[in-house]
Design a protein around this ligand. Structure first.
Ligand SMILES: [Zn+2]
Length: 97
């Protein structure tokens, strides 16, 4: 019976265990998958933050370079950023429990 290291608390756990008896972290091959999923959701959160940061920057650029309606271009970008970021947070919460 082989032992694996719990990715959450670092203790040695039997690879037969469905979850870590010490901290309850789900194991049996699913551990790596969950870590990977969490990373993917963090990427989604980061994209949301980038979109939110782009909104004020593009607002300044549009305000100085064209007479187009600034809010028409920026508000959707800002809303999209917030939605994507919240989606990432929700996804991470949903998959992590
Ligand atoms: Zn553990």
């Amino acid at each position: 019976m082989a032992l694996i290291v719990c990715p959450d608390c670092g203790k040695q756990v039997s690879e037969q265990a469905a979850s870590c008896p010490s901290c309850g972290h789900p194991l049996r091959g699913g551990a790596t998958l969950i870590e990977q999923t969490a990373k993917n959701w963090k990427k989604v959160q980061a994209v949301g933050i980038v979109l939110m940061l782009l909104a004020p920057v593009s607002m300044l650029v549009i305000a100085y370079t064209s007479s187009a309606d600034v809010f028409l271009a920026v508000v959707p970008l800002l809303v999209l950023g917030v939605v994507v970021h919240l989606l990432g947070r929700f996804g991470a919460w949903w998959h992590h429990g």
